[in-house]
Every structure is written in structure tokens, then in C-alpha cells.
Design a protein around this ligand. Structure first.
Ligand SMILES: [Zn+2]
Length: 401
């Protein structure tokens, strides 16, 4: 057997094993911690975060590619695009362009309309100046401890699918006493937050669905900026150097370290815009958010989604061809038009749970149409997935009436 045949077989078996181990409902917990410098986090005593990071993908060398101010940064994380698209450049949230670039929860609901998403924050601007961007509830509380208590209550709700909690007091300690690993009150506050994260994780892990495996949670954590002196907003390394983590069944266990003095390496580690895209990739089985042309996202996903892996081992190369579906919506009779494709293509129809309905294989030279006739399906949302010979795939939504 050729080595690459063996490798394909191993990858296929791994994907099959992983897939059978995780049919749980996809959910996301995003814990955002304001103003935590990467060097300070590494030096603080944070047993909960240390243990958590070891179980997933994490980096202490994420370079902040945007404005090191909270409003723009949280907007980037939650939309998956940078401020030139979402428009937020300050904490007043003026000039936001959330109509074109909404929060990821709103995008997720285009495909999972019943998804239930909750935000908890004590930071006024995010609570009050951003209008509902897909949250079912926006809970505004007074302190970080109140955030933790509110999270406990929300995590008792079996229907909860996405929880975003924002923890603010490390930033407050930085503004009050200085952003630096040599400032004891700043370091103490990071250690306090570690305890609060531990509490939130214990509430998550007490969920019956978490325990019995009917839920498949991705945990995301990052910060919006570092700091220098008593502030932030500039371009020093102390403000730009941040950290990022993702823990769950769809992300690898790996520490990523890049040389942040080399701008060519910045995108080799996770960055802020990757939060929304990774969350969407986890939440939406069979959908590649980076390939959704109309979403126009800047970030990339760090999920290696086993549901996608079965047909697409390497999903990171961008495609140069377009897929169009006519008519859409339709009654089960439709054409899939693929532009500029060459060679063998697999066209699959899958449901929202990633289950294969039917597929066709075609040889293509230039523009080609693949016809689907009289597919008997119950009304709803399905996906057309095109996979080429290099295992690159692209997905489009199709609605059957
Ligand atoms: Zn601040």
C-alpha cells in the first residue's frame, strides 16, 4: 500500500471514530476577559486556565491586528471581521455597520433559527450601545461576581446554545494601578478571574447534557487588548501581544507559538477575528463559514470538524470557483452551477446535521451544471457541498419548499 493510501485510510478511520464519539448538539461558551496582557497571564498563578488550555488549542503569541480598544476589539471577536468592515473604532460604538457584519450568533441563526444565545456583561457600552445582534437575552449586571452568578443561572437552561460572558475587572485594575506583571493588584485580579473561570466551568460541567454527551461544547477564551502604564489603545508590544484559546472536540490539542516580531507570522496563530469564525464552524455542521461569500468574514476557523473531515481533510485552501444554485428555494428540482472548475468534483446534498442525502460525481472543464431532479425531501434548509480532487470543499445553502 502506498503511504498516502495508508494515510488516507488512517485519516478516514480517525474521522469515523471521532464522528461516532460526538453526535452531541453543538454549543459554544465564550469567556472574554478584558485587558489581560499575555506576559502577565503566563506569570500569574492560574490553575484553572492552565489546565483548560492544556486540553485544547492555545497561544500566548496572538498579535492584535486592530485597534487596542475594547469596543472595536469585542466587535471584531463577535463579528469575525476587522473594524474596516464592522465600523466600530471607539467605545461609543458610533458608525457601527452591524447590518452588513452582524454578530456571529445572528449569522448562526440564519442556519439554526432555534439557536438560543445569551450575553452577560457588566460593561455598559457593550450592554447598552449595541442593539440586539442576535442575542435572545442581553443580561446587564454590576460586577464580575454577578456575571458568574448570572452564568450559573443561564447554564441551568437545557436549551442554551451560546453563552458569552464578559469579565471586566482586570482591565479596571490595569487602569487603576497599572497594566504590568510587576503590579501586584493587576496580577491578583488575574488570579481572581481564574477562580471565576473555574466556577463557570464547574457550572458548565454540571449540565446533564455535558455529562451524558448529548451536548458538544466549544469553549473559547481571549482578551481584547493588553496595556501599558495605565492605559491602552496604542501599538506597543505590551498592548498588541495577547493570548487566545479554544477547547473542545472539534479543535486539536496544540500550543501555537509564533515569532511576533515577524509580521509574516501573525496569521499563523489565532487572532481576534478567528473567534466568531471558529464558533460558527463548530455550531454549524457541514457549513464552512469562510466559504460563505455573502458573510465576507476576515477570520479563519481553527476547528477540524470531523463532519467536514470525512470529505475534506484540508479545508484551508481558498477556492477560485463559484457555486450557484437555481432556483433557490426550490421544490426538489434544481441545478448546481459551478464556474471555472476543472477535474473531478463531488457534489453532495447534506442536511443540517451533516447527514448525506445524495451525491453525484462529475468531471468538469470550465462552467458546468449538475442537475438534481425530484429529490424527495421534507421542507427545510439543506446544503450543497462541492469537493474537488484536492479535497477542498465549498458549501452553499439550498432551501427546499
Ligand atoms: Zn480598558
Amino acid at each position: 500500500m502506498k503511504t498516502n493510501t495508508i494515510l488516507s485510510l488512517v485519516l478516514f478511520l480517525m474521522a469515523t471514530i471521532q464522528l461516532s464519539a460526538q453526535n452531541g448538539e453543538r454549543k459554544v461558551l465564550f469567556i472574554g476577559i478584558d485587558g489581560v496582557r499575555s506576559d502577565a497571564l503566563q506569570q500569574a498563578s492560574t490553575p484553572n486556565l492552565d489546565t483548560l488550555f492544556q486540553q485544547g488549542l492555545y497561544t500566548f503569541t496572538s498579535w492584535h491586528l486592530g485597534i487596542t480598544v475594547s469596543g472595536p476589539s469585542w466587535s471584531t471577536m463577535l463579528t469575525g471581521v476587522w473594524e474596516n468592515k464592522h465600523g466600530v473604532t471607539n467605545n461609543n460604538y458610533t458608525n457601527s455597520n452591524y447590518n452588513d457584519y452582524p454578530y456571529f450568533v445572528k449569522r448562526a441563526k440564519e442556519i439554526r433559527p432555534t439557536l438560543k444565545a445569551v450575553q452577560i456583561t457588566s460593561w455598559g457600552p457593550m450592554s447598552n450601545l449595541v442593539y440586539n445582534e442576535g442575542w435572545d437575552s442581553k443580561l446587564v449586571v454590576n460586577t464580575d461576581n454577578d456575571v458568574v452568578s448570572a452564568a450559573q443561572i443561564q447554564l441551568l437552561d437545557p436549551d442554551l446554545d451560546v453563552l458569552f460572558v464578559h469579565i471586566d475587572d482586570v482591565d479596571a485594575a490595569g487602569h487603576g494601578n497599572g497594566f504590568s506583571p510587576i503590579i501586584p493588584s493587576y496580577m491578583n485580579q488575574i488570579q481572581t478571574v481564574d477562580g471565576q473561570v473555574g466556577q463557570i466551568l464547574s457550572y458548565l460541567r454540571s449540565r446533564p447534557g455535558y455529562i451524558n454527551g448529548t451536548e458538544d461544547w466549544l469553549i473559547l477564551l481571549t482578551t481584547d487588548h493588553g496595556g501599558i502604564g495605565f492605559g491602552h489603545g496604542g501599538n506597543t508590544t505590551f498592548e498588541k501581544e495577547i493570548w487566545w484559546a479554544a477547547i473542545g472536540s472539534t479543535v486539536p490539542t496544540q500550543q501555537i507559538t509564533v515569532d511576533m516580531s515577524d509580521p509574516n507570522q501573525w496569521l499563523n496563530a489565532p487572532v481576534l477575528a478567528d473567534i466568531a469564525v471558529t464558533a460558527l464552524d463548530h455550531l454549524l455542521i457541514g457549513v464552512d463559514p469562510e466559504a460563505q461569500v455573502d458573510w465576507n468574514l476576515d477570520g479563519k476557523s481553527w476547528c477540524i470538524d470531523p463532519a467536514d473531515t470525512l470529505t475534506s481533510v484540508t479545508n484551508t485552501v481558498s477556492q477560485s470557483y463559484n457555486i450557484r444554485i437555481f432556483p433557490n428555494p426550490n421544490d426538489g428540482n434544481f441545478k448546481v452551477l459551478v464556474d471555472n472548475a476543472k477535474g473531478k468534483l463531488l457534489c453532495s446534498i447534506v442536511d443540517v446535521n451533516g447527514r448525506l442525502i445524495t451525491s453525484k460525481e462529475t468531471m468538469m472543464y470550465g462552467n458546468t451544471a449538475i442537475n438534481f431532479d425530484n429529490i424527495q425531501l421534507t421542507s427545510g434548509v439543506y446544503f450543497v457541498k462541492i469537493t474537488d480532487e484536492k479535497n477542498r470543499s465549498q458549501t452553499q445553502k439550498v432551501i427546499i419548499n
